[in-house]
Ligand binder design. Structure first.
Ligand code: FEO
Length: 401
């Protein structure tokens, strides 16, 4: 049993000792259709550091990987780049087994770990820019507050040019492969975009600042090693370029039409809206909520220009699936969208108004009056849906030109 899980050498002095979660399908509300990995890294200088740990149930896998290389007790420092439980969950047990000289985290990381583990171990706070010398290995700590938690920080291994970036530049993708060059590029872009849209999007202004400061520091990382998914070694600039683009939250001709339906009326209206969008010069993407997870909608919106939302009224409210989606999207704060609402009702015409209020709260520019239809849409209602699509297209295109 001891030798099943092995450490993987990723550079002269760094080994991956993380865990792969093949079964995970829900990460606090994010659909992880391809599972995930929790990456932890051993840095071997004259002294030894463990960078981040893994989710608690994967403790054994991590320790087997560590033990394939060294005795866990040889580790001198545990560095917590991010205190969310998928990276810190097994810290109390790890501390007990390793008995490190120090556990290091950012100032906010110290606070977060203390509030998670309530005195189970002492944490030493490091300052932004502070360095730790392991003997022939210099680790520089870079505070990345709110990317995506207050505690978040990067650690840069100066001599080898490896940036340990915790969640940033990562993705949820379980695999036996560990490096970007072992995957299809389009798949990596898709999963990294989904990760950005669902985790980092609300902090896009900070992402921009971070990219600028990495530039000013002249780090030019040779490798970027995040806490989830593949390590970027072939072309680390690729993911930096993607982040630079996504942080701009620029609009495109893509229009997301998301809806739920009871007896097909709102679905019919969605189709008419989509025809209007198409006729107006946009590329509509219809996403029925029965078959589209909220995190997939968020991912599609990352590079879109419009969001149109449809819902029937049920018991005086919009559909619960639609309310769920709007609550989620409200938190992600995708700016620069044009949109509108539509939906059918029986005797209480409520949902469309409620959706419009939510869209306004999300700062979506409403392209035209919401369209409602009693029970089943007639030709006039469908025409209005078509026109809502046309008006939306006009506004999106005006913003692009
Ligand atoms: Fe992978 Fe924010 O935790």
């Amino acid at each position: 049993m001891k030798q099943i899980f092995q450490a993987l050498k990723i550079s002269e002095k760094v080994h991956w000792v993380g865990a792969v979660d093949w079964k995970l399908r829900d990460f606090h509300g994010y659909a992880t259709n391809r599972g995930t990995s929790y990456n932890a890294y051993l840095v071997l200088g004259e002294k030894i550091a463990l960078l981040d740990t893994v989710k608690a149930p994967f403790r054994e896998e991590m320790f087997q990987r560590i033990s394939s290389l060294i005795e866990p007790g040889e580790i001198d420092y545990i560095i917590s780049n991010h205190s969310e439980m998928d990276h810190s969950g097994c810290l109390p047990e790890a501390v007990e087994i390793i008995r490190p000289e120090k556990i290091l985290a950012s100032k906010m990381g110290k606070d977060a770990l203390e509030n998670h583990f309530r005195g189970a171990f002492q944490v030493t706070a490091v300052n932004d820019g502070e360095k730790l010398n392991l003997g022939a290995v210099t680790l520089k700590f870079i505070e990345t507050r709110m990317l995506h938690w207050p505690d978040s920080m990067f650690t840069f291994f100066e001599e080898e040019g490896i940036l340990f970036s915790q969640d940033a530049f990562g993705m949820h993708l379980a695999s036996s492969e560990r490096f970007d060059d072992e995957f299809d590029e389009a798949l990596l872009r898709q999963e990294a975009a989904k990760y950005y849209a669902n985790i980092l999007l609300p902090f896009s202004p900070l992402v921009k600042k971070l990219l600028e400061s990495l530039n000013q520091m002249n780090l030019s990382p040779k490798m970027i090693a995040p806490d989830h998914g593949p390590i970027w070694r072939k072309n680390p600039n690729k993911i930096l370029e993607h982040y630079s683009l996504w942080a701009e939250t620029a609009v495109s001709r893509k229009a997301v039409v998301v809806f739920d339906t009871m007896w097909g009326s709102t679905a019919k209206m969605a189709t008419a809206v989509a025809e209007g969008l198409k006729r107006g010069g946009l590329n509509p993407l219809l996403m029925p909520l029965g078959a589209s997870h909220r995190s997939e909608v968020a991912a599609e919106l990352l590079e879109a220009g419009a969001l149109l939302v449809g819902s029937p009224t049920i018991n005086g409210q919009m559909f619960p699936t639609v309310a769920d989606l709007l609550t989620y999207l409200k938190g992600l704060k995708r700016p620069n969208l044009v949109g509108g609402a539509f939906g059918s009702h029986g005797w209480a015409n409520k949902a469309v108004k409620q959706i419009e209020e939510s869209l306004t709260e999300m700062k979506v520019e409403i392209a035209g009056e919401g369209v409602t239809a009693k029970y089943v849409p007639d030709e006039e209602a469908l025409q209005k849906c078509f026109e809502l699509g046309l008006k939306t297209a006009e506004k999106v295109l005006a913003g692009i030109k």
